[in-house]
Design a protein around this ligand. Sequence first.
Ligand SMILES: [Cu+2]
Length: 156
Amino acid sequence: MKRFLLFVMVLVGLLTLAACGGSESTAALITVENVRANLTLPTDTGSFWMVITNNSDTDDALLGATVDGCGVIELHDMMMENDVMVMRPVAGGQIPIPAGQTVELKPGGLHVMCLQKAAPLELGTKVTIELEFANAGTITVEGEVVEPVMGGMNND
Ligand SMILES: [Cu+2]
């Protein structure tokens, strides 16, 4: 009976190991997914959208970003004002990513704003964006240059 119990315990241990080994073993504090770059228009601005998840139990915040070809980067939100959609820098200059929460940067809402864009980028190409978080530090991700969304008014 003791032998059998020991066997079961070893088996459970092995299964647990296997389960952990199958996924990302180093649990990232922050995961950034679905990074899209709206940079194709022949203007000197553009924007980035992405889905940011805080996997930790500590509140975090996106403080800023660096991208080659963007002279200045600001964190913006969009809102209706007198029936007009306007965008402006987020309060406090940062986007809070609360513990255990997912925050979506998307057309018509929060976005990373590229100002003083050096040149338009081609549809389908990749662009590297270095994100700076208050707690998780610097996270570098790749985004795909997508179809432009005029004025960022579309919601999908
Ligand atoms: Cu903006």
